[in-house]
Design a protein. Structure first.
Lengths: 319, 188
């Protein structure tokens, strides 16, 4: 069970530029399926997929579920609050139980960084990381890349700044690695308290002021300020954050060029992003959501089935 | 691999393909009793280019506008689990309803019939045509399913392992039909 992506999709750090481009190219024709009257193709008929969500999620879980159903897979959702359970033991047990039920794929979201890898090492099924702690959220990174490519054309040489709470963000990590694989210039911008200590080692530019970022960038990926962590004293208040780092209409009006605005959701309107920006002409936030389904269909399709030796032979035969 | 190229044999030249398509275009008009309600749908990849030429020929001979579309059947294949994912090469483009229309599916080479089976399944997801016919440039035999063409450019007999390639200007830089024999071990 190995595909052009390998057995699992755990993160973008381990993928090559060619592998990322393969996913994006495969996602293109999948966009059209969601526009059909009958939004379903039989590609994954008979496959069983478990959506294992140890953390809350609306967008990602529903997006995966639509992607699975539009490929005709059978899906089961397992939700768990996971607050009182010991992570390691739970995952091993869960893995064993899932294996015993003869499933084909697991989509996992977990609060612990590395949980997807942990699971992938222990089961034969394909594992797709839907967000693990502060590590990676590869399908979000891929849908951001697809949206950027839709609007900017080639990503190579483009300047993308990731703004806000980079410290807690798995989306930021997947974005940085994915963008760099495709040859983009990447920057981050946010209060020092919300940037990882050795952020420079990622090979990114660091902007201290949002005005500088807006001056520089072709696109801003505005991250959600994780308000639930506000008690930890990372920032004085959300109002002050908006005043200093908020992406506002006034600031964008002074930009030297049109800047594409992305946000992975859910948004805190009036904190990291103002409503007239989120709903404005340069916002591609809803395009991201639409692309999310296509990208996840592409990942599921590429990971599904296929014995490698036969796949190689088919490549020659299908010219 | 390079030895293959030297051994390949052309069975239809560009002008022979043109002649054959002209006859097929007339047969499509005849089969459909005109061009009313006609939709010509090419299967990705080379069926699309052939369908495009057939439409031009039909329009030329009947002086009417003919609807044209394309199908990518990759996601309807029955071998994903064994063979693995193949590149999805082109869009499925059926911009108007096919309900009640006469659809002609166009493909370059008819072999096992599995591609056509997949195309029929995909069409069914888009609507309920009044009639579906199959037109192929080459019928090489070797069917694995009970599927037969209505209109054939040329029937040929080849070994199972041989390859029959239809080349079109748009993708290959020239138009022809060639047989590429299975590679034989030169040492034996």
């Amino acid at each position: 069970m190995t595909s052009a992506l390998g057995k699992d999709l755990l993160g973008l750090e381990v993928l090559s530029g060619d592998q990322i481009r393969l996913v994006l190219d495969t996602a293109e024709p999948f966009k059209e399926i969601s526009e059909r009257a009958i939004k379903k193709v039989p590609a994954l008929r008979g496959s069983t997929i478990v959506n294992l969500f140890f953390e809350n999620s609306t967008r990602t879980r529903i997006s995966f579920e639509f992607a699975e159903k539009r490929l005709s897979a059978d899906t089961v959702n397992v939700a768990s609050t996971g607050s009182s359970v010991q992570k390691g033991e739970t995952l091993v047990d869960t893995a064993r139980n899932l294996e015993a039920m003869r499933i084909d794929m697991v989509v996992i979201r977990h609060g612990a960084s590395g949980a997807a890898q942990f699971l992938a090492d222990r089961i034969e099924s394909n594992v797709i990381n839907a967000g693990d702690g502060m590590h990676e959220h590869p399908t979000q990174g891929l849908l951001d890349l697809l949206t950027l490519r839709d609007h900017l054309g080639d990503i190579a040489g483009r300047r993308v700044c990731i703004c806000g709470d980079v410290l807690h963000s798995r989306v930021a990590r997947s974005n940085i690695w994915g963008l760099q694989r495709l040859g983009a210039e990447v920057a981050v911008c946010g209060p020092r308290s919300l940037l990882p200590n050795a952020i420079e080692e990622f090979g990114v530019i660091v902007f201290e002021r949002i005005e500088e970022a807006i001056d520089w960038a072709d696109a801003l990926n505005v991250l959600r300020l994780q308000l639930e962590r506000m008690t930890a004293g990372y920032i004085p208040s959300s109002r002050e954050y908006n005043r200093v780092f908020g992406v506002t209409r006034e600031r964008l009006d002074r930009a030297p060029r049109d800047i594409l605005i992305l946000h992975p959701g859910p948004m805190n309107r009036g904190v990291e992003i103002d409503s007239d920006v989120a709903d404005g002409p340069h916002s591609v936030i809803l395009n991201q959501v639409t692309n999310g389904v296509a990208v996840r269909m592409a990942v599921l399709y590429l990971l599904a089935g296929g014995r490698p030796e036969l796949a190689e032979a088919a490549k020659g035969a299908s010219r | 691999m390079p030895t293959r190229l030297s051994e390949q044999k052309t069975i239809l030249s560009a002008s022979a393909v043109e002649r054959t398509l002209r006859r097929m275009a007339n047969e499509i008009i005849e089969l459909n009793d005109g061009t009313e309600n006609l939709v010509v749908v090419g299967i990705q990849r080379r069926g699309v280019q052939l369908a495009h030429r057939l439409v031009a020929l039909i329009e030329e001979s009947d002086n009417a506008k003919v609807l044209e579309g394309s199908l990518d059947i990759t996601l309807y294949r029955d071998d994903l689990q064994t063979v693995g994912p193949r590149p999805v090469v082109g869009p499925t483009d059926l911009p108007w309803g096919i309900d009640g229309r006469n659809v002609v599916i166009v493909d370059d080479v008819l072999y096992t019939g599995r591609t056509v089976r997949a195309a029929l399944d995909e069409l069914a997801d888009f609507g309920r045509p009044a009639h579906i016919a199959l037109a192929v440039l080459i019928d090489r035999g070797g069917r694995e399913l009970p599927i037969q063409p209505d209109i054939v450019g040329k029937r040929i007999a080849v070994e199972r392992a041989d390859r029959v390639d239809v080349l079109v200007d748009e993708l290959d830089g020239k138009t022809a039909v060639v047989i590429v024999p299975a590679v034989t071990n030169p040492a034996t």
